[in-house]
Ligand binder design. Sequence first.
Ligand code: AHR
Length: 515
Amino acid sequence: MKKALLLLFVFIFCNQIIVAQKETTVLSIKNTANAPTINKNIYGHFAEHLGRSIYGGFFVGDTSKIPNTAGVRNDVVAALKDLKIPNLRWPGGCFADTYHWKDGIGPKEERPTIVNQWWGGVTEDNSFGTHDFLNLCELLGTEPYLAGNMGSGTVQELADWVQYVNFNGKSPMSDLRIKNGRTAPWKVKIWGVGNEAWGCGGNMTADYYAGEYRKYATFMSDWSNTGGLMRVASGANSADYNWTETLMKNIPGNMLGGVALHHYSVIDWDKKGDGVDFTEDIYFRTMTQALKMEELVTKHSAIMDKYDPKKKIALVVDEWGGWYEVEKGSNPGFLYQQNTMRDAVLAGSTLNIFNNHADRVRMANLAQCVNVLQAVILTDKTKMLLTPTYHVMKMYSVHQDATLIPLTFESPLYTLNDKNLPAINISASKDAKGLTHVSLVNIDSKKENKIEIDIKELGIKNVTGTIITSTKLQDHNTFDNPTKIQPVIFKGFEIKKGKLEITIPPFSVVTLEGK
Ligand code: AHR
């Protein structure tokens, strides 16, 4: 009898160990030979002439009481410099295919006024134009990414724009630039050729766009100034794999620097849900859309691999982020929304996906930078706040230009209403100074999760950490309480016998640094 009891005890005890082991997610490191560099351009941003993105967000004019440099808000510039933004896309978006760049150069009082047909039908006085944008990029130390107008523009107009900003010799366009006060060219390397050509950019078919692209790209000369332009083709809408296939098949590789992809985490285009007031079910649906990015980049990359096995052409996810109903009482055409812990989890998860696909995803642009959609900065007249998404992007900036450490693990599940999502997503890299960074997201809204990493294998002895978390998923920063959510020191880990055991709280984002 005693023996039977002992056996029963041993059985229960062993079972508990097995259960306990299962509750810890164990990370293994995949073969690191040939691991790609995480291109810093994955951490790019987007500034469209939309709502209060440019006017009131970046630009207040040089007569404003808000401290500014040549009309650009100093607080916004300082915050973005701190974020180390590698590139900034402008002037759209849908706006780009209505934008005629010559409207935005020369004396401001002589610039024509147009109507912003896509975004609220408001008056655009063109007071922020090419010089203002490129000078802003210089101030930020970021690379400009200009989106050319293919939809309502001409081949000549786009070719002239390239010449205007890039040509160092004597030409009609460089003379005009010099007349407008800028002698040295700016050297703009990254150029979009149209935007959402399947929709607001002209409702084109993939075949038609591919033909047009070849024509436009032909006349976009480099002017021997940038070491080769990176021309980015307007890419697929989410899972439109035929679009990518058609472009890759019909455009010669030497004419393509990148193929774009747009994917927004929206639960229903007709009923997008509130940015702040949302249920767990809606959170789960938003995260389902966000994690779909994994499948999208995998499948679009596989198509690109067929035509470009050496991976010379980048997959450029130049619009991504959460899209909700506009904040109550705001202009529906301005796409102004708040930014909660849901957005922090969304951003961390998306950036982990991009990092892990760094061999092909070499550029991405969060939509958008200031006051529009999943913004990193919100402004209200003189006030400015940094959103949870800003803090995640800053924590993740350590991965810029670092070498990916490929990982494998089996994620525990986050279950709601009989539906499952992987609860944990992670990416890791080693930077030029030899520091290892691991970014982890727990999307589970209720359960903490445990993760174990063999740090001996990574050559790490000391670990420090930062976390973004809060008490409610809906928590966010407001102009009255702008620092409710901000990164704090993370101590939820222990080192035991060369293993790092991390406990990551519900809906939080952690970055660890090991040396
Ligand atoms: O980011 C807002 C809009 O979303 C962009 O202008 C367009 O490209 C996309 O449909």
